[in-house]
Design a protein around this ligand. Structure first.
Ligand code: TYM
Length: 332
């Protein structure tokens, strides 16, 4: 059983159904099992070029999205990363127990740096900050999608290196990866759904219904398969989304029905798409309605600042211990 959960999401770009099914849905359910700390990682967002005016708005907007999805500030700590700047102090210290070789093996760095003209050092050291985010709270469970598992392995290695050099202190955080951990793009089902790939590649959680319908209806499938053949990536992805959505709304019959039709070679992909769209909207509609109400209530800044105060308390206590263990500063 994990005792303390930490996870983060970047504020830039809209939350998409990959984020939701792969991570946020689990953030919500873990609130019933553990102490949860959830962070909007604006320091991570500036590893690439972002407009400063948009960044603050984006962080607040992401907070509203998370609250609408069911993050409960009474039970969880929700805050913006840079409101607790000790994350970066711990990052520096962790940078001194992280090897260059380990960082160069990070596949996300390779993917992201390929797409940038200017590759910042921050993009390279990104996973060290991620380890600091988690370990400053000494969290032992981290709900994430599959793309973050390699970063989590590095976080564990950093915890081990710190402990062996300075004394046993940090737990080794475990990734919590559940169903839906790798939702693919509807337009290109061989690549992961992501915010950065462009509009057609993701379905936003807050996107208007008409636009979601259009995207689901134009999802790439195949030209029809022989009976008994394995599903093509696009069809498998639609089934995965359908299954997750059905599970969320307690529909136990639809997936089995459509899978039987598929196995018998009778499934029309238009039916698969329409059903997926309908179930998906059953999940998203109430979230979108809550989001509209929350935006009107207008107290998100206070709420995030209260979260940051709670997070600061825990993070500061860790840093007192860390400075002592490492031999930094003048106070005992
Ligand atoms: P980010 O903002 O890219 O994504 C947030 C969460 O969504 C998951 N995710 C997906 N899951 C399933 N299918 C997909 N297509 C998909 N795309 C994204 C991600 O795995 C993630 O869990 N580096 C992190 C943020 C971070 C963090 C942390 C996470 C910073 N510090 C500490 C955990 C712990 C990131 O960029 O996530």
């Amino acid at each position: 059983m994990v005792k303390r959960v930490f996870s983060g999401i970047q504020p830039t770009g809209t939350m998409h159904i990959g984020n939701y099914f792969g991570a946020i849905r689990n953030w919500v359910s873990l609130q019933n099992e553990a102490d949860c700390i959830y962070c909007i990682v604006d320091y991570h967002a500036i590893t690439i070029d972002v407009d400063p005016k948009e960044l603050r708005t984006a962080s607040q907007s992401m907070a509203l999205d998370l609250l609408a999805c069911g993050i409960d500030p009474e039970r969880s700590i929700l805050f913006v990363q840079s409101d607790v700047p000790t994350h970066t102090e711990l990052e520096w210290i962790f940078g001194c127990v992280t090897s260059y070789g380990d960082l160069s093996r990070m596949t996300q760095f390779k993917d992201k740096s390929d797409k940038q003209e200017f590759v910042s050092a921050g993009l390279f050291t990104y996973p060290i900050l991620q380890a600091a985010d988690i370990l400053i709270y000494r969290a032992d469970g981290v709900p994430v999608g599959e793309d973050q598992v390699q970063h989590l392995e590095l976080s564990r290695r950093i915890a081990r290196r710190f402990n062996s050099r300075f004394g046993e202190y940090f737990p080794e955080p475990e990734p919590i990866v559940r169903k839906g951990a790798r939702i693919m793009s509807l337009a290109d089902p061989t690549s992961k759904m992501s915010k950065s790939a462009g509009e057609v590649h993701y379905v936003g959680v807050m996107e208007p219904e008409t636009s979601i319908r259009k995207k689901v209806r134009s999802a790439v499938t195949d030209v029809g398969l022989e009976v008994g053949a394995a599903m093509s990536p696009g069809v498998a992805n639609l089934f995965e989304i359908l299954e997750l959505a059905c599970e969320s709304v307690g529909d136990t019959a639809t997936v089995a029905e459509l899978k039987t039709e598929f196995a018998d070679g009778k499934l029309l992909y238009s039916r698969l798409k329409d059903t997926t769209f309908e179930r998906l909207m059953d999940v998203l509609r109430p979230i979108q309605e809550r989001r509209a109400k929350l935006a009107a209530s207008g107290n998100v800044v206070e709420l995030l600042q209260a979260g940051a105060r709670k997070a600061t308390k825990i993070a500061s206590a860790t840093m007192v211990d860390v400075r002592r263990l490492v031999g930094l500063g003048t106070s005992a």
